[in-house]
Design a protein. Structure first.
Length: 176
């Protein structure tokens, strides 16, 4: 397909270029070659028809190659369009992996800091504050597990991604 499309595109461009040359020449040699006004017009008309025809051939070739590419299941960048969401999301996770855990680390750090301040100061602590701190501590592993599960699901959905086996501590397997 591409072996045939490239010469057709070039031919369309050459035809359009020939039309531009005819239009330019019509203004200069039309009056000297033809004694009457209608002698200029045929060169202009032929030039315009060549421009329109050449650009039409080139445009039709581009459209034809794009339609055939879409029918075969490939987009302009060569990827399968039905996997673009999963691949984009996977690339996002790979690119911003260090940023995804940052809010959770900050919240867990503030929780530990506040708990240390509360233990150091002798005072009555509201039970709601203690419950909130305990809930943050309980939900931190769940959030990390959720983020890793999303990454695994995206990796499973993407067909071209290589599977990398990673070592796992036995305690982690038993705990989960």
């Amino acid at each position: 397909m591409t072996k045939l499309a490239t010469p057709i595109k070039i031919t369309g461009g050459v035809i359009a270029l020939g039309g531009v040359i005819c239009v330019i020449l019509a203004a200069f040699i039309g009056g000297s070659v033809f004694n009457f006004l209608w002698g200029v017009e045929p060169l202009s008309y032929i030039g315009l028809m060549l421009i329109i025809g050449g650009l039409g051939v080139a445009t039709a070739t581009y459209l034809w190659s794009e339609v055939s590419r879409r029918r075969s299941g490939f987009s302009l960048n060569g990827n399968h369009p039905e996997h673009s969401w999963s691949e984009t999301t996977l690339q996002y996770f790979q690119l911003f992996d260090h940023d995804l855990g940052r809010p959770l680390r900050r919240i867990a750090g503030k929780e530990r800091e506040l708990r240390a301040v509360m233990e150091a100061s002798p005072g009555v602590v509201d039970t709601g504050v203690k419950d909130l701190l305990d809930e943050i501590e309980r939900q931190t592993p769940n959030f990390r597990l959720m983020m890793s599960n999303i990454q695994v699901l995206i990796q499973l959905e993407s067909p071209d991604v290589e599977v990398h086996n990673q070592p796992v501590e036995p305690a982690e397997v038993v705990r989960r």
